[in-house]
Every structure is written in C-alpha cells, then in structure tokens.
Design a protein. Structure first.
Length: 79
C-alpha cells in the first residue's frame, strides 16, 4: 500500500479554530484523501499513526511505501 503525505503551512491567517498548518494524506490505490488541520508540526507523527491504523482497519493491508515532502517531521515514524 502506497501513501503520500504533505504538510502545508504556516499560513498567514489562522483558521477559525486557530490552526496554521494542514496535513494531507493520499492513498494511491483509491485516491482516498484525508486532511488534518494542526496547530504545530509536532502533531504530524501522531496523525500519521492514526491514518495508517485507519487504513489498515478498513483495507486489511499494511503500508509498504510512504512518500512525503522529505521534511524532518516524518523522521521518527519508524522508532
């Protein structure tokens, strides 16, 4: 299963709930997308784990490849 992920921000104007970033995941097979609005980049890892668990529950497959924008916020996912 191939997953793409991107973090966008900080945006100049906060959202109504105070977030300045958004995190996008895309499941390559079905193009299913999920967007999480986050306040700090350190929240990325937790949302990655939640999204991967959600896909595993729904499809029964494990993530075999994870592609991102190469940012350091993804480095600790395997630990």
């Amino acid at each position: 299963m191939l997953i793409f992920s991107y973090v966008c921000g900080p945006v100049q104007v906060n959202s109504l709930c105070g977030t300045r970033y958004y995190l996008l995941f895309r499941y390559e097979y079905s193009y299913y997308r999920a967007v999480y609005f986050i306040k700090k980049k350190r929240e990325v890892q937790e949302h990655c784990k939640v999204f991967i668990a959600l896909l595993h529950t729904q499809t029964g497959e494990l993530v075999t490849e994870f592609r991102s924008d190469g940012g350091t916020k993804y480095l600790l996912l395997n630990q």
